[in-house]
Design a binder for this molecule. Structure first.
Ligand code: B12
Length: 366
């Protein structure tokens, strides 16, 4: 019944499990991760922690969970002329797509009298989704910390339908061979050292964290290693041999029109309102207008492009955060004069400090 209703809404049921509390060893790892401050600005992880251990502390009626995943592998892409965007964000927002499917499924199950209460969860819920997916046998834990599926590798989104019915568990047998075995390709590929240890990510060094979640200045020592990633990062996924044979799901997710027509320089020139309109229904909106402009400066600096746009940005962008990153980028382009001019004019502490530090790199080179 669940399986056929799920396929009617475009989902393939992967497993059904009981909503048991998480194991102590998992929670201990989570707590030490949080204790080390790895959540950075993601304070919602800390806030959700009290109910993650046992979802009944969040939704007391939860008895079972139906588990789903959606594949999203596709060719890489991004802004015109450079500025890579993680593949998951090139098209429609999976939170909406999967969230709507789960909502529809819950309603259908309720209409059939199978459940009374339900809650769809995709990413933004206090559910440690990879742990739930592991329990349901959807894949195995990769060294890059992602759930690896034998067909799609790391290229799947996870989602759950939590219900108040006591369903029989259904966990299909799947063979994951030796899992990652001796492979360390993802660890070796990470350019920032965020994956120095297997099965353990340091978000405060992760390009994905800085370009999506963090609102403040990107540490200077990390910027160069970002290359031209402007939203998210796929390096540890691209390196994973399990994803190499994944099919192309581009047609399912489409491509955001702005990514077909905009360059990084357009992104720097756009108003907050036009940004909001252009990225409506896209995960990219999460980084915000200011965050994306900051990221665009770093990428342009690394690409060695956009000198005149960066100069204009340094002179007149309303955000001190963005002006500061434009200063850094102009330094990468070897543009000393605009920095000296801006140094005399700039009043805000952050860009002033960035200009000063960047000018200092010129004097040390000379
Ligand atoms: C916070 C978050 C982030 C953060 C931190 C990522 C992280 N690894 O923690 C940032 C912003 C960096 C991020 C980036 C990405 N994310 Co994210 N993210 C999440 C979120 C919301 C929570 C993840 C989490 O639980 N972090 C907490 C830490 C502690 O988890 P952990 O590192 O896995 O640690 C556990 C392990 O250490 C485990 N463990 C490890 N080894 C061992 C060994 C033993 C013996 C035991 C018992 C336990 C154990 O115990 C810990 C506790 O669970 C989930 C959605 C969700 N609600 O779950 C999506 C999610 C994990 N992200 C997802 C995606 C797609 C990404 C990106 C690929 C996006 C991109 N292209 O930029 C990158 C990948 C980066 C990476 N390598 O992880 C998908 C992953 C799908 C999949 N197939 O796994 C998820 C599931 C969202 C979704 N619904 O699809 N993400």
């Amino acid at each position: 019944m669940i399986s056929s209703l799920a396929s009617e809404v475009g989902l393939e049921l992967k497993a059904v499990i009981r909503a048991r509390p998480l194991e102590k060893k998992v929670l201990d790892r989570l707590d030490s991760w949080l204790g080390e401050g790895r959540a950075g600005e993601m304070d919602w992880l800390e806030k959700g922690r009290p109910v993650m251990a046992d979802l009944r502390d969040w939704k007391p009626w939860v008895k079972s969970a139906a588990l789903f995943s959606l594949p999203f592998h596709r060719p890489g892409g991004g802004f015109l002329g450079g500025g890579r965007v993680a593949r998951y964000a090139l098209g429609k927002d999976y939170h909406h797509v999967m969230g709507r499917k789960l909502e529809k499924l819950g309603k259908r199950l309720r209409a059939e009298g199978e459940v009374e209460a339900f809650r769809g969860a995709v990413d933004a819920a206090p559910v440690l989704e990879k742990e739930w997916a592991l329990r349901g046998g959807l894949g195995f834990r990769g060294k890059n910390t992602l759930l690896l599926d034998p067909e799609n590798g790391p290229w799947t989104f996870l989602g759950e339908l939590l219900v108040d019915a006591q369903w029989q568990e259904w966990i299909p047998e799947r063979d994951f061979g030796k899992g990652c075995g001796g492979c360390t390709k993802c660890l070796d590929a990470c350019p920032t050292g965020a994956l120095d240890d297997p099965w353990s990510l340091e978000p405060r060094k992760c390009i994905s964290y800085w370009t999506i979640e963090a609102k403040g200045p990107v540490p200077r020592e990390l910027r160069e290693s970002f290359g031209d990633w402007v939203f998210g990062c796929d390096i540890c996924s691209e390196a994973c041999p399990f994803g190499a044979g994944a099919d192309n799901f581009e047609d399912d997710w489409g491509t955001l029109p702005a990514l077909k027509t905009w360059s990084l320089e357009d992104l720097l020139a756009v108003s907050p309102r036009d940004f909001s309109t252009a990225f409506e229904g896209s995960p990219i909106r999460r980084a915000g207008w200011e965050g994306m402009a900051r990221n665009a400066c770093i990428a342009l600096g690394n690409l060695g492009q956009g000198g005149s746009t960066l100069k204009r940005t340094l002179e007149s962008h309303p955000s001190p955060l963005v002006r500061g990153h434009a200063a850094w980028a102009l330094g990468r382009l070897g543009e000393k004069n605009p920095l000296e001019r801006a140094w005399k004019r700039e009043k805000d502490p952050f860009p002033s400090q960035e200009i000063e530090e960047t000018l200092h790199t010129f004097s040390t080179v000379i």
